[in-house]
Write a protein that binds this ligand. Structure first.
Ligand code: PLP
Length: 440
């Protein structure tokens, strides 16, 4: 099996985190997102332990919560002692509702409005990751009016192409995120920052991409960032304390993907950072990482119910399921690969090659093509593996389809963490009834 939390029981049902997935479908209905809480914690602990060991006590992972954001996940991350990366006031609100210690929060975004900035200042976010000169000016002004000082990191683009998919590659000079070192704009932004009395420049941030299967992008980025930090020290006398290298370690979605040892990779990055710092005579800063996908992806599993198997002679077969791009838009967006299993007949021979289609009125609503699985019957449960990251957080109500629930699995127990949306939820913002009731 792709990951160690998957197996098949004597009934031939797929199990996840030791639990019968078919039983869980009967209990909660489908589509259903299961989240293996123990796996989330293990993944966090790998980062926490290794980073403390190789970078020292001040280093920790900040879970990039855009991968999967709901109240319960912030509680888990807080309990484990990690930080958090927030990209919107909505994520901030959710973290605050979970009483996440916001001193360990990093507030991202390439276009924070004045309102967003005010909200984050009010909430007491530990660090802003400032993206551009306009944001810097707006932040300085708002801090001045509140008579507070705010710690920030500046988001820079080190000019690295990590050879991943273009839509999730962000470290290149041509990017909507951050300011480029190469063009001199980053140094200019540092100069401006140091002119802001209400802003404390604590360090620098970069994020080179996503779904990276080796450490070279991190090593290259660290070398460029440390060289820049040395130049900042030499020019302005500021020795910055934090280097945040972003997220991006890859996960195994299909057999063809390698499985990587995160701890070994972090150790390698640490060794190269030590060498670079020694060569530059620069004291090693606190290193932060922002893993998202590698914390939650393999902790997630989506279950659907098969409605039909349609074979078009001379063409192909379609297996239709009761969810689709509304709960997992990643194949429709960028042909993301997934492993699909027949959870009801997990031990049967895989005898059908088919396209797994969603229920939306949209031909592009596919979960995966060219999947080989045991031929499903109507009512069979279909499992899509490794769906913890960028599924629920990217879900929509297209076709007025309610979002699925999230069920946490821990120690052989299942616990509803997010309710399934109801039809009532779908119309909660619609005012037509009130409008219709008004006299004309
Ligand atoms: C998306 C993102 C991450 C997380 O990336 P993963 O590939 O999910 O680990 C971290 N930091 C920033 C700034 C991001 O935009």
């Amino acid at each position: 099996m792709l990951h160690t939390n998957l197996s098949v029981n004597p009934e031939g049902h797929l199990t996840f985190a030791g639990m019968d997935t078919v039983r869980l479908c009967e209990k909660y209905g489908t589509p259903l997102l299961l989240l293996d809480e123990d796996r989330v914690r293990q993944n966090l602990r790998t980062y926490l332990r290794t980073m403390r060991e190789v970078f020292g006590a001040g280093s920790f992972p900040c879970y990039a919560s855009k991968a999967l954001s709901f109240t319960g996940i912030y509680k888990i991350v807080a309990e484990e002692g990690a930080g958090v990366d927030l990209v919107s006031p909505g994520e901030l609100y959710t973290a605050a509702r979970a009483r996440f210690p916001l001193s360990r929060a990093f507030f991202h975004g390439n276009n924070k409005t004045d309102e967003d900035i005010r909200y984050a200042l009010e909430a007491g976010v530990g660090y802003f990751v400032v993206d551009n000169a306009e944001e810097l000016a707006a932040l300085e002004k708002l801090c001045q009016s509140r008579d507070t000082q705010q710690k920030i990191l500046l988001r820079l683009t080190p000019g690295i192409d990590p050879h991943t998919h273009a839509k999730i590659s962000t470290g290149k000079v041509d990017s909507k995120f951050g300011v480029a070192i190469e063009t001199g704009q980053a140094m200019e932004l540092v100069r401006r920052t140091l002119d802001c009395p209400h802003i404390h420049l604590a360090g620098f941030h970069c994020h080179v991409g996503s779904q990276c299967f080796d450490s070279q992008p991190f090593i290259d980025a660290a070398a460029i960032m440390l060289d820049f930090m040395t130049k900042v020290r030499d020019r302005f006398g500021l020795t910055a304390d934090i280097l945040n290298l972003g997220g991006g370690y890859g996960v195994r979605y299909v057999d063809a993907h390698p499985s990587i040892d995160i701890a070994d990779n972090i150790r390698l990055v640490a060794r190269r950072i030590r060498e670079t710092c020694a060569a530059l005579s620069f004291p090693q800063p606190r290193i932060l990482l922002e893993p998202g996908r590698s914390i939650v992806a393999d902790a997630g599993l989506t279950l659907y119910t098969c409605g039909s198997v349609k074979t078009i002679p001379g063409y192909k077969s379609y297996v239709s399921v009761d969810g689709g791009m509304t709960d997992n838009p990643r194949y429709a967006l960028y042909q993301a690969p997934y492993t699909v299993l027949n959870a009801s007949r997990a031990a049967a021979p895989a005898d059908l090659t088919a396209t797994i289609a969603g229920r939306c009125c949209e031909s592009g609503d596919l979960i995966q093509e060219n999947v080989t699985l045991p031929t499903p019957a109507r009512g069979d449960r279909i499992a899509v593996l490794v769906t913890g990251a960028y599924n629920y957080s990217m879900a929509s109500n297209y076709n007025r389809i309610p979002r699925p629930p999230i069920v946490l699995l821990h120690d052989g127990q299942d616990r509803l963490a997010v309710r399934r949306e109801s039809f009532e939820d779908l119309v909660r913002n619609d005012l037509c009834e009130e409008l219709a009731a008004e006299p004309s």
